[in-house]
Design a protein around this ligand. Structure first.
Ligand code: AQP
Length: 332
């Protein structure tokens, strides 16, 4: 059976982008057809300026939301990255395999480093090495596939390169993974700034739909989405990104092809209304289930504890093999 790994960073409240680009597919498809591991990758949240109490809170909230969205611990492994030491153990070996230049070329590093500099926060070394830790997350489990949104494909490419390089130098140790993307929703854009993706750690929250937003908040945010003054509703991502984002959302939530859907609208008002209702309907059951699970943190804690035990047992043999292969003396 195919093995997959994917993760989510507790850098903010989960967004509709996270859901449509990643989580929904984990829930509806991946957990049924693969041997799947899903992790709240909390170490990655430390690569940018952070508040310790908030990261702890968001980690539990993200795990609770993954279960609320429908991940079934009887079918897949759900755990917190920092509970399994194998990730950081392997990351160091991969740092000894990666080159400085290839990390500096990463688009997300360049974007986040300039954001951190602009905010006067300094750039953490871990922001540069973040894709190496992500490679360790994937390679430790021998994952064949990594279901991610479009923004993460460059990092999965790096994981592939590192696996191939390590195997070539030290003997076959790692499966070479590949990124997979959803048919729709691979890149959900910010409603107020459709040139940027909807990102959970963005400062301006007006264009971001969070999974826990109530129905009226969703309606307000979608209702205030940026469109344009062009005539008619057409689907054109390059020239008319605002309306295209709304049509993508409508298609991702309710089905259909965004180009065909465009033909059914004469005005942006009607499009916004339908897109908002489609999002409200999609998120309502997740919000309800989250409220139930949030009232039972002991259950969530138990799922995470068992998940970490399973994950550790899966990762340890491969990481031990990598330690020997690279030239480290095993303890007597
Ligand atoms: N806007 C998006 N559209 C589609 N997919 C998205 N993903 C994130 N944003 C969108 C996918 O969600 C998964 C988890 O993302 P992550 O936690 O690794 O964080 P990220 O990719 O860096 O995205 P965020 O949410 O914008 O976080 P910040 O603001 O901290 O950078 C991934 O599969 C991602 O592709």
């Amino acid at each position: 059976m195919k093995r997959i790994f994917s993760g989510i960073k507790p850098t903010g409240h989960l967004t509709l982008g996270n859901y449509l680009g990643a989580v929904r597919r984990w829930v509806e498809e991946e957990q049924y057809r693969t041997d799947a591991l899903f992790s709240v990758v909390d170490l990655h949240a430390l690569t940018v300026h952070h508040d310790p109490a908030r990261v702890r809170r968001l980690t539990l909230q993200a795990a609770t939301l993954l279960l609320a969205a429908g991940l079934d611990p009887a079918r897949c492994t759900v755990f917190v990255q920092s509970h399994v030491d194998e990730h950081t153990r392997l990351s160091y070996l991969l740092e000894c395999t990666a080159a400085d230049g290839e990390l500096r070329r990463m688009i997300q590093y360049r974007e986040k480093a300039s954001r951190a500099e602009a905010a006067g926060q300094g750039v953490r070394l871990s922001l540069l090495t973040y894709p190496v830790l992500m490679a360790a997350d994937i390679l430790a489990y021998g994952a064949d596939e990594v279901p991610v949104g479009e923004d993460q494909t460059q990092h999965v490419e790096l994981a592939r390169d590192l696996a191939v390089r390590f195997n070539g130098r030290y003997g076959h140790t790692f499966t070479v993974p590949r990124a997979t993307q959803p048919r729709v929703g691979a890149r959900v854009m910010d409603l107020r700034d459709p040139a940027s993706k909807m990102g959970k750690s963005h400062e301006s929250t007006a264009g971001i739909v969070y999974l826990l937003d109530d129905a009226d908040t969703v309606r307000r945010k979608v209702g205030r989405a940026v469109t344009d003054s062009g005539s008619g509703v057409v689907y054109d991502r390059a020239e008319r990104p605002g309306p295209a984002n709304l049509l993508d959302l409508l298609a991702a939530c309710g089905g259909g092809d965004p180009r065909d859907l465009a033909g059914g609208y004469a005005s942006y008002g009607a499009l916004k209304k339908d897109a908002a209702e489609a999002v409200v309907e999609l998120l309502a059951p997740v919000r309800e289930r989250h409220a139930e699970l949030a009232a039972d943190p002991a259950y969530v804690g138990g799922v995470l504890r068992e998940g970490a035990e399973r994950a550790r047992a899966m990762a340890r043999p491969r990481v031990d093999t990598a330690y020997r292969a690279i030239g480290l003396l095993p303890p007597a």
